[in-house]
Design a protein around this ligand. Structure first.
Ligand SMILES: Nc1nc2c(ncn2[C@@H]2O[C@H](COP(=O)(O)OP(=O)(O)OP(=O)(O)O)[C@@H](O)[C@H]2O)c(=O)[nH]1
Ligand SMILES: [Mg+2]
Length: 305
């Protein structure tokens, strides 16, 4: 909806006024066993853009666990106000969190249809990419023999560090595994029927890691400007071969090995900032016209009644 009517100042004020209520909602959950906080917000509107950085600041003061943000950037064609709000909020949010994980709607927008229609697909991307990361330490949750990961929560926390921006690449492939039927297992049948071999597994893992790294990232960035990287591989245990993972990790180290963070790392963020400056000049005008649109809508509604 349009709770704060795309005004971050209002979003911030409401969050400040309702912080006690937000805190009591957190208190109702068990916070003794958590590894970290994650604040997810679309940064283009008013509520998320104004409220998320303030909530991060609040949680940082109260808890020792790291506080991460998941900031969703608006698509370019959402216009000046959304891009301006996001540019400002991005700046504030990154200062308040231990790491700002970022997802750019603009990069994942599917051609033609409106963003609204595309949300279902885009949100599936968000879930597969960030879900894979945040379920990594929780192998049991994924079910016995369904998937296995090679990192735990503390490795993720170490990689995210206590300042910075994170972008995520992702690639997956369906694999045929040997029949793991109950009868086979009871028989202790370990024959290899040729569907997968160790060599296939090694190649599959290395090529998936290349695809993930060089393909679409949640925020466009120069891979060789990366300060730290984390490789996460999931799959049926028999397909996770140590040699493949080691090879892929070496390749990733070489590809990202560059401690120097260069200017122009995040072209999309720069562009958002450019749009912000333009929008700043006519923000009042844009607001007034959107209020007129709303008034027209309401009037039209009255006529209908
Ligand atoms: N990927 C994705 N992005 C979304 C979704 N909903 C909103 N967004 C993004 O988040 C931005 C902000 O959404 P709003 O609903 O306007 O934001 P809000 O924080 O509720 O702010 P106000 O409505 O102004 O109070 C949008 O412009 C989109 O870029 C969603 O379901 N998926
Ligand atoms: Mg809203």
């Amino acid at each position: 909806g349009h709770g704060a009517g795309t005004e971050p100042e209002l979003g911030e004020r409401c969050t400040r006024e309702d912080m006690e209520e937000i805190q009591s909602a957190i208190d109702r959950m068990t916070t003794s066993e958590i590894d970290a906080f994650l604040i997810m917000a679309g940064l283009g509107g008013g509520t998320g853009s104004g409220g998320a950085p303030l909530l991060a600041e609040h949680l940082q003061r109260l808890y020792v666990e790291p506080v991460y943000g998941l900031g969703i950037l608006p698509a370019k064609d959402e216009g000046g106000i959304y891009n301006r709000n996001a540019a400002k909020s991005f700046q504030n949010f990154v200062e308040e969190v231990d790491n700002l994980l970022t997802f750019d709607n603009d990069a994942f927008k599917t051609g033609g249809e409106s963003l609204q229609e595309g949300y279902t697909e885009i949100n599936a991307e968000i879930v597969s990419r960030f879900g894979a990361l945040f379920s990594a330490g929780e192998v049991e949750a994924l079910g016995d023999e369904v998937a296995e990961s090679v990192v735990d929560a503390s490795e993720i926390i170490n990689t995210l560090g206590d300042y910075g921006i994170t972008s995520i690449g992702y690639a997956s492939e369906e694999i045929e595994t040997r029949d793991q039927g109950l009868l086979d297992r009871l028989r202790g049948d370990n024959r290899n029927d040729g569907i997968t071999s160790a060599g296939d597994d090694t190649n599959r893992i290395t090529s998936l890691v290349r695809k993930a790294t060089l393909g679409k990232l949640t925020l466009q960035c120069e891979v060789d400007s990366t300060e730290r990287a984390l490789l996460l591989v999931s799959g049926p245990p028999e397909a996770l071969n140590r040699k493949g993972i080691d090879k892929a990790r070496k390749w990733l180290e070489e590809t990202t090995d560059c401690m120097e963070v260069r200017a122009g790392d995040y072209p999309r963020v720069r562009e958002m900032q450019r749009m912000a400056i333009e929008a700043e000049e006519n923000v009042e005008q844009l607001r007034a016209s959107s209020r007129d649109d709303l008034d027209d809508l309401i009037e039209y509604g009255d006529d209908e009644v």
